[in-house]
Design a protein around this ligand. Structure first.
Ligand code: DSN
Length: 415
C-alpha cells in the first residue's frame, strides 16, 4: 500500500477504512470470508497486466508462457482437490460460471428446473429478472412446507411434468445436506443435464465433510471466495466429454480475456485447500454453525428446517416480532454484518423478509470457536431484546469491538 498511499491517498484511505471495518466488526454473511494474505498478494500482482484470451497452449496473444503455467497450476490443483475430470478456472464469478454452463448445454428457450430464490436458491437458477429466467424457460422447485427440506418426490414430479433440459441443484440459503445422487437419478430419469452449483458448500465438499456432486453431475459450478476462502471468482468442473463445450462457452462464448491475477490467486487458494489444515478449518466452520444454531434454539428461536448441517442457517424472527430488515439494520448498529433472508413461504416481501441468514466461515477464519460463537449469539439476542434502548446497544457495540480486538484478521496489513 506504500505506492498507493503516495499516489492516490484518497483510494488508499478508503481501503484503510474498509480494513478497519473488517477488523472491528463481526461478519456473519454466509457468503463472505477473509482470504489469505498470500492470495491477496497474487490477486494484486503483475498478472493483471496480461491479455490471455484462449487457453494454455492455445492463446490469441503472445507472451503467455508463464500465464499458461499459472493457469495449468490452478486447473491441476482444483482437479486434485475435487477429483474433477476437467476444470475451467476462467469464470469471473459464480454467475458467469452458471452462464457458461447454460451457454454450453442449452439453447435459448430451453427449460431449467432450479431452486426458487425465495426458498433458498440463487438468482442464476432461473429468477425471472435474471438472464437465467429471461433467456430460458424457468420452472422452480422449493422446499416441503412441513420439513422445509428439499422434497425429492416433488422435484421428480416437476421434472416429469415439465421435462427440463437441465436440472440445477445447489443453494444460497439451505442448511441441510443436498442429495446429489438423488438429483442425478431424477435428471437421468428424464434425460436432463444436471448442474450442481456448490458455490456455498465448496469448502466442506473439498474437505469431504459434505457429499460431493462430482461423480453425479454433468457440470459443477462454484465460486472460490465463500467457504473455499480464496479470491473472488468462479470455476466450472465437468466430465471430460463436455470439456471442449465448456471451454468454448466461457471463451469466446461469454467472456473475453481471463483475469489472470485472479487465476493466480485461485492457484494459491487451491494449494491451501489441499493442506490437511484446511480440513480442520472446515470442521470448525461446521462446528461453529452447529453451536450457533443450538444456542439460538436454546434461546427460543426457530431455525429454518430445524438445524444446520453446513456453514449457515436462516433464523425465523417472527417469534421475536421482528423482520429480517429490522434485525439486519439493528445488528449493523452494533458492528455485526448479516443479511435479511426470506424464510420458506415468507409472509413478508423479499425486501423486508421474516428471516436473517447467518454463516460462520468468516468468524471461523478469524479464530472464533465455541465460546466466542455462543457470545455472538448472546449479543444478537440481547440486541433484539433491547432494540429500543440506545444505551444498551452502545454497550453491546463495545462488546463486539472488544471481541474483534482479540481476534485480528490481517495484523500484517494494519498500520
Ligand atoms: N450473493 C451470494 C450469497 O450471498 O449467497 C450468492 O451469489
Amino acid at each position: 500500500m506504500d505506492f498507493l498511499r503516495s499516489v492516490d491517498p484518497e483510494t488508499a484511505l478508503i481501503i484503510d477504512q474498509e480494513l478497519n471495518r473488517l477488523e472491528t466488526t463481526i461478519d456473519l454473511i454466509a457468503s463472505e470470508n477473509y482470504t489469505w494474505p498470500a492470495v491477496l498478494e497474487a490477486s494484486g500482482s503483475i498478472l493483471t497486466n496480461k491479455y490471455a484470451e484462449g487457453y494454455p497452449g492455445k492463446r490469441y496473444y503472445g507472451g503467455c508462457v508463464y500465464i499458461d503455467e499459472v493457469e495449468n497450476l490452478a486447473k491441476q490443483r482444483c482437479a486434485q482437490l475435487f477429483n474433477a475430470e476437467h476444470v475451467n478456472v476462467q469464470p469471473h464469478s459464480g454467475s458467469q460460471a452458471n452462464m457458461g454452463v447454460y451457454f454450453a448445454a442449452l439453447k435459448p428457450g430451453d427449460t431449467i428446473l432450479g431452486m426458487d430464490l425465495a426458498a433458498g436458491g440463487h438468482l442464476t437458477h432461473g429468477y425471472p429478472v435474471n438472464f437465467s429466467g429471461t433467456f430460458y424457460t424457468r420452472v422452480n422447485y422449493g422446499v416441503n412446507r412441513d420439513t422445509e427440506c428439499l422434497d425429492y418426490d416433488e422435484i421428480q414430479k416437476l421434472a416429469e411434468q415439465h421435462k427440463p433440459k437441465m436440472i440445477v441443484c445447489g443453494a444460497s440459503a439451505y442448511s441441510q445436506i443436498i442429495d446429489f445422487k438423488k438429483f442425478a437419478e431424477i435428471a437421468a430419469s428424464i434425460d436432463a443435464f444436471l448442474l450442481a452449483d456448490i458455490a456455498h458448500i465448496a469448502g466442506p465438499i473439498a474437505a469431504k465433510l459434505h457429499p460431493s456432486p462430482i461423480e453425479h453431475a454433468d457440470f459443477v459450478s462454484s465460486t472460490t471466495h465463500k467457504t473455499l476462502r480464496g479470491p473472488r471468482g468462479g470455476l466450472i468442473m465437468c466430465k471430460a466429454p463436455y470439456a471442449q463445450q465448456i471451454d468454448k462457452a466461457i471463451m469466446p462464448g461469454i467472456q473475453g480475456g481471463p483475469l489472470m491475477q485472479q487465476i493466480g490467486a485461485k492457484a494459491v487458494a487451491f494449494a491451501y485447500a489441499l493442506k490437511p489444515d484446511f480440513i480442520e478449518y472446515q470442521k470448525q466452520i461446521l462446528e461453529n454453525a452447529n453451536t450457533m444454531a443450538e444456542a439460538f434454539i436454546a434461546l427460543g428461536y426457530r431455525i429454518v428446517s430445524g438445524s444446520t448441517k453446513n456453514h449457515l442457517m436462516v433464523i425465523d424472527l417472527r417469534s421475536q416480532n421482528c423482520t429480517g430488515k429490522e434485525v439486519e439494520e439493528l445488528l449493523g448498529t452494533i458492528g455485526i454484518s448479516a443479511n435479511r433472508n426470506c424464510i420458506p413461504f415468507d409472509p413478508q416481501k423479499p425486501f423486508v423478509t421474516s428471516g436473517i441468514r447467518l454463516g460462520t466461515p468468516a468468524i471461523t477464519t478469524r479464530g472464533f470457536k465455541k465460546q466466542e460463537t455462543e457470545t455472538v449469539v448472546q449479543i444478537i439476542h440481547e440486541a433484539i431484546q433491547h432494540k429500543n434502548d440506545p444505551h444498551y446497544l452502545t454497550k453491546l457495540g463495545q462488546q463486539v469491538h472488544d471481541l474483534c480486538a482479540q481476534f485480528p484478521i490481517y495484523p500484517e496489513l494494519v498500520q
